[in-house]
Ligand binder design. Structure first.
Ligand code: RP5
Length: 164
């Protein structure tokens, strides 16, 4: 079995609908990954243990999704030098603007790469992780380019009104 390279963590099982879009991309590119719930507020000790072990476990990046008072990405970043990619999950009352502000406003010195609210952000965080790995793997770079080409062709062949 290939060693896990990317961790996908989320503050609650209720974040899965959004975060599954990150997992789908990693599966599509054949990247060894894991997905688990890791709540900053409900299981803080587990969160710190995960962050502290991340580098020694060989994780290359952690994609962390959370909603509302979305402290998970920032607190993971506080405890590891592994790259943390933050995904704001849409919250019920504030539609994820709270999540976005919580994740993006990190103090200087502890970066979290922050993506769009919701499923596009989750997918893009995974594509970004693939791009990081592709820096050292030409075959992955080619697959990423093929993904872009396919997307371009789909956009070019779009008809109006849209069908699906
Ligand atoms: C956050 O609180 C989670 O990331 C989730 O987006 C939000 C709501 O969690 P649940 O109450 O649905 O478990 O910590």
């Amino acid at each position: 079995m290939k060693p896990i390279e990317i961790g996908v963590v989320m503050g609650s099982g209720s974040d899965w609908d959004t975060m599954q879009h990150a997992v789908q991309i990693l599966e599509q590119f054949g990247i060894a990954h894991e997905a688990r719930v890791l709540s900053a507020h409900r299981m803080p000790d587990d969160m710190f243990a995960y962050a502290e072990a991340a580098a020694d476990r060989g994780l290359r990046a952690i994609i962390a999704g959370a909603g509302g008072a979305a402290h998970l990405p920032g607190m993971l970043a506080a405890k590891t030098t592994v790259a943390v990619l933050g995904v704001p999950v849409a919250s019920r009352h504030l539609q994820g603007l709270d999540s976005l502000h919580s994740i993006v406003q990190m103090p200087r010195g502890i970066p979290v790469a922050t993506f769009a609210i919701g499923s596009a952000g989750a997918a893009n965080a995974a594509l970004f992780a693939v791009a990081l790995l592709a820096a050292e793997r030409p075959e992955l770079r080619q697959r990423l380019q093929a993904f872009r080409t396919e997307q371009t062709e789909a956009a070019r062949s779009a008809t109006l009104p849209p069908t699906a």
